[in-house]
Design a protein around this ligand. Structure first.
Ligand code: HGY
Ligand code: MN
Ligand code: MN
Ligand code: MN
Length: 407
C-alpha cells in the first residue's frame, strides 16, 4: 500500500491539543466560546497555516483550512469534525477527526498528489451543545438548518450569547455560513460506544445516525418545611423530577433501540430542610427509528400531563430535535473497500452519538469512519483509542479522500 499517515504529528498534536485549555484541576472543558476554546482554536490555526492552508472563518465561528493545489477546481472534498468538548472530556472526541484531516492533507502534499478538487479540513463551532443549544450548531447553520442570527442569539446559563462569546475569543468570522458547500463530506471519529471493541474490529463504516431529542423541563411544586409537612401534603418538585427520570429510563429500556439520559438537574431553593419548590433538568432521548423516538417523546409528554393533574406546574422547552440520518452508501462502501485493501476488519454500523456529519448530510453526500473506543467510554477523561487504531482510521480516511479527490 502507498504511504499513509505520518504517525508522529497526528499523535503529538492530539496530545498537545488535549492539553491546551485544561483547568487548574487538569480537566479538559473546551466548551464553545470559552478561553479554552480560544486556546484550542489558536493552536489549530497555527497548524493549518504551517501546512500552507488558507484559513477562512465564518460568522458562526466555523474554521476551514483550505488546500487549493494548482489545477484543483469545483466544490471541495471536506473533512470535518469539532474541537469543542464536553465538561471534563477526553482528548479524542472531535479533535481526532480534525487533526486526522490535517494529516491527510499533509500526506497528499508530501506524496506530491494533485487532487482535482480543493480539499478542506473543517472545525465546526459548538458541536457539543454543552454551553449553547442545540448541539452540532456550527454545522447546522452551515447546512442552512438554523438561522445564523438565531444561533448567535442563543444564550448560556449566565445569559451570555454565543455571538458575544465568539467575539470575545476573536472567532466571529467574516464569511457567510454555507459559503463553502462540499462536494462530499467525511468525518473520522472515535466510536464513543462499545460496538467495534466488542466485534474486535478496527474500522466502522457508519451508514446511519440515530434521531436525537433534547428537552429542558421545569417542574414547580411548593416549598414547605421538611419536618412539619406530612408526606400526603407535599408538592415536592424534586420527587416529581425523580419520577420523570425513572420513567424515561424505564421507557427507553422497554423501547427497541431507545436510550434516555437526564444529565443536568438543579433543585431550588436548594436547602437541606426545605421541600424543593422547583426542579429544572434536561432530557436527552435518542432512537435510530423516528417512529419509536416520537413514541418516547409522546410517552414523556403523557407522564408530565399526569404530574400536572397532581397539581404540579410544568414547562418544557425543545433544545434540539434531529431525525435519524442515512449516510451515503457509496462512500460507506468505499470505506469498506479501503479497509479490505489494508486487510483491516470493518463492519457497517449506526452512530449512537450526534455528529457534524448528520448536518452536512443535508447538503452533500456524507459518511463517517469510526475507530474503537476502549471500554466504549467517551464524554469522560478515561476516553481512549489505541494508537494503531488512530493511525488505521486516518489511513482509511486518506484512501477514501484520494478516491474522492481523484488523486
Ligand atoms: O450529544 C452528542 O451526541 C454530540 O456529541 N453533541
Ligand atoms: Mn464528537
Ligand atoms: Mn461529543
Ligand atoms: Mn458528537
Amino acid at each position: 500500500m502507498t504511504s499513509g499517515i505520518e504517525r508522529a504529528p497526528l499523535l503529538t498534536r492530539l496530545r498537545e491539543l488535549g492539553d491546551t485549555g485544561r483547568d487548574s484541576a487538569g480537566r479538559l472543558s473546551r466548551v464553545a466560546g470559552s478561553d479554552a476554546d480560544r486556546a484550542g482554536r489558536d493552536l489549530l490555526c497555527k497548524w493549518l497555516s504551517a501546512a500552507g492552508l488558507r484559513i477562512a472563518i465564518d460568522k458562526i465561528g466555523n474554521i476551514y483550512g483550505i488546500w487549493e493545489p494548482p489545477g484543483a477546481s469545483g466544490a471541495p472534498v471536506m473533512i470535518g469534525s469539532h474541537i469543542d468538548t464536553v465538561i471534563d472530556a477526553g482528548v479524542y472526541d472531535g479533535c481526532y477527526g480534525v487533526l486526522a484531516g490535517l494529516s491527510v492533507i499533509e500526506a497528499l502534499q508530501a506524496d506530491g498528489r494533485r487532487p482535482s478538487r480543493p480539499i478542506v479540513v473543517a472545525a465546526f463551532t459548538n458541536e457539543e451543545g454543552v454551553r449553547f443549544a442545540p448541539d452540532m450548531m456550527g454545522s447546522l447553520v452551515a447546512a442552512g438548518g438554523l438561522d445564523l442570527d438565531a444561533a448567535l442569539r442563543s444564550q448560556d446559563a449566565a445569559g451570555v450569547t454565543l455571538g458575544d462569546a465568539l467575539a470575545s475569543i476573536g472567532y466571529a468570522g467574516q464569511e457567510q455560513p454555507g459559503f463553502l458547500t462540499p462536494h462530499v463530506y467525511l468525518e473520522l471519529h472515535v466510536e464513543q460506544g462499545p460496538v467495534l471493541e466488542a466485534s474486535g474490529l478496527p474500522i466502522g463504516a457508519v451508514e446511519n445516525l440515530q434521531g436525537i431529542s433534547w428537552q429542558r423541563i421545569a417542574i414547580t411544586g411548593m416549598a414547605n418545611h421538611a419536618g412539619t409537612t406530612p408526606m400526603t401534603m407535599r408538592r415536592d418538585a424534586g420527587i416529581a423530577a425523580a419520577r420523570v427520570m425513572a420513567f424515561v429510563d424505564q421507557q427507553a429500556r422497554a423501547t427497541s433501540g431507545g436510550v434516555a439520559t437526564v444529565g443536568t438537574l438543579t433543585l431550588a431553593p436548594g436547602a437541606i430542610n426545605v421541600i424543593p419548590a422547583e426542579a429544572r433538568f434536561t432530557v436527552d432521548m435518542r432512537n435510530p427509528d423516528e417512529t419509536l423516538l416520537k413514541q418516547q417523546e409522546d410517552g414523556l409528554s403523557a407522564f408530565l400531563d399526569g404530574l400536572r393533574a397532581e397539581g404540579f406546574t410544568i414547562t418544557t422547552e425543545s433544545l434540539a430535535r434531529f431525525q435519524p440520518v442515512a449516510f451515503d452508501p457509496g462512500i460507506a462502501a468505499m470505506v469498506e473497500a479501503a479497509a479490505a485493501a489494508r486487510q483491516l476488519g470493518c463492519r457497517r454500523m449506526t452512530s449512537g452519538a450526534g455528529h457534524d456529519a448528520q448536518m452536512m448530510a443535508r447538503i452533500a453526500p456524507s459518511a463517517m469512519i469510526f475507530v474503537p473506543s476502549k471500554g466504549g467510554i467517551s464524554h469522560n477523561p478515561m476516553e481512549f483509542t489505541a494508537e494503531s487504531d488512530l493511525i488505521a482510521g486516518a489511513d482509511i480516511l486518506l484512501d477514501v479522500v484520494r478516491r474522492l479527490g481523484e488523486c
